[in-house]
Design a protein around this ligand. Structure first.
Ligand code: PMP
Length: 407
């Protein structure tokens, strides 16, 4: 880490890895297998980060590793069409009927940014609405928060984002349909898209209120605004069809990443054929990528998707339910006030106080359980988490909840 800190801002290549919200030094990971990782000091860790979502089968799944190996032997990048991208594209379209055509990119950030460009190109409108607390990667237009006035006009959350860029993004609170309705009527036929995490998973896990997603569908349809579901986390995690299948709402565009690349760099955006036909070279919206549709990423994604059966989702649900109940019991026994929220294999333990979460996190880590080092981030369960991991996690949690209250 000392060498890393000389090289990289914060010693890391993505900020949350730096452990700033919880203190201490990040673990340098040497290898991972199943539900476990091993750090460079030889410590074994039960992993609930799951690379922030892709590793739904667990780490180094033999079929994924073999698929990547077979692909690599044939060449690591062609910059030309290949059969693997067609295979993965067809698997995605089959699982998510709202996606008629799609384009692969290399990250969720790129996918969200490109989906908004297409929405603007298709509608000829300039503004977009995002929901407060939603994260859609680090494109300029999306690094914003609600401004101080009721106008919904956003302020940058990052230095380097211009007020002019932020001014085209409007922000409404999550789970509040009336705010979205007000913004749409204040800017009639000017909003190209509403982009939403259908289950919010970047402010802890927050479920959509009953009728919320349906309400967004109705409001956007009535105004000719495109509804964009960011399913970078929820896609193939809440079930093969993601949140749109679970809640029965059909978006115009969908943003994907994480699981569809099986742990290799990937993203995708897609949806209605008439909208996607605006993308170059069929249409006037430019978007391109040297490594897009990369054969290793496509092979890892295909091997992963092949394994995602109803039986596997059933096991994830079962593990999640027992873990959720066990954590609630453990918190209750220790007399600690927390919100435990779970949707399928996404889970949050939210403390009213960040310092208390930090103590909980460190107490878990001392006992060999690695949680996301921020309570804004979801715990990601994998199919490799089993009885042994469950027992160890709950034993650790009973002690960690007790320690979380001792300042
Ligand atoms: N959308 C959502 C919902 C995400 O959670 C993330 C990343 N965690 C992104 C987009 C951005 O994806 P990436 O980090 O691959 O750019």
């Amino acid at each position: 880490m000392a060498r890393a800190e000389r090289l990289f801002p914060g010693g890391v290549n993505s900020p949350v890895r730096a452990f700033r919200p919880v203190g201490g030094t990040p673990r340098v990971i040497e290898r991972a297998q199943g539900a476990r990782m091993w750090d460079a000091d030889g410590n074994e860790l039960i992993d609930y980060i799951g690379s922030w979502g892709p590793m739904i089968l667990g780490h180094a799944h033999p079929e994924v590793v073999a698929a990547v190996g077979r692909a690599a032997e044939k060449g690591t990048s062609f910059g030309a069409p290949n059969a693997l991208e067609v295979g993965l594209g067809e698997a995605i379209v089959a699982a998510m009927p709202s996606i008629e055509r799609l384009r692969f990119v290399n990250s969720g950030t790129e996918a969200a940014m490109s989906a908004l460009r297409v929405a603007r190109g298709f509608t000829g409108r300039e503004k977009v609405i995002k929901l407060a607390g939603g994260y859609h990667g680090h494109a300029d237009a999306l690094l914003v928060r609600a401004g101080s006035s009721a106008s919904g006009i956003a302020q940058p959350t990052s230095a380097g984002v211009t007020p002019a860029t932020a001014a085209d993004t409007l922000v409404a609170p999550y789970n509040d349909l009336r705010s979205v309705a007000n913004l749409l009527s204040a800017h009639p036929r000017q909003v190209a898209a509403v982009i939403v995490e259908p289950v919010a998973a970047n402010m802890g896990v927050v479920k959509p209120a009953k009728g919320y997603l349906e309400g967004l569908r109705d409001l956007t349809s009535a105004d000719g605004t495109l509804l964009v579901f960011d399913e970078v986390i929820t896609g193939f995690r809440l079930g093969r069809g993601g949140a749109q299948e679970r809640y029965g709402v059909r978006p115009d565009l969908t943003v994907l990443g994480k699981i569809i690349g099986g742990g290799l760099p990937v993203g995708a955006y897609g949806g209605r054929a008439d909208v996607m036909s605006k993308v170059a070279p069929d249409g006037p919206v430019y978007q391109a990528g040297t490594l897009s549709g990369n054969p290793l990423a496509m092979a890892a994604g295909l091997a992963t998707l092949r394994r995602l059966t109803p039986e596997l989702y059933g096991r994830l649900e079962e593990y999640g339910a027992v873990l959720e109940a066990g954590l609630k019991d453990a918190a209750h026994e220790a007399d600690v006030e927390v919100q435990v929220v779970r949707v399928a294999s996404l889970l949050t333990v939210f403390f009213d106080d960040d310092a208390r979460f930090a103590r909980f996190f460190r107490a878990m880590l001392e006992r060999g359980v690695l949680l996301p080092p921020s309570q804004q981030e979801a715990w990601f369960l994998s199919a490799a988490h089993g009885d042994a991991e469950l027992r160890s996690t709950l034993v650790a949690a009973r002690a960690a909840f007790r320690e979380s209250v001792n300042a």
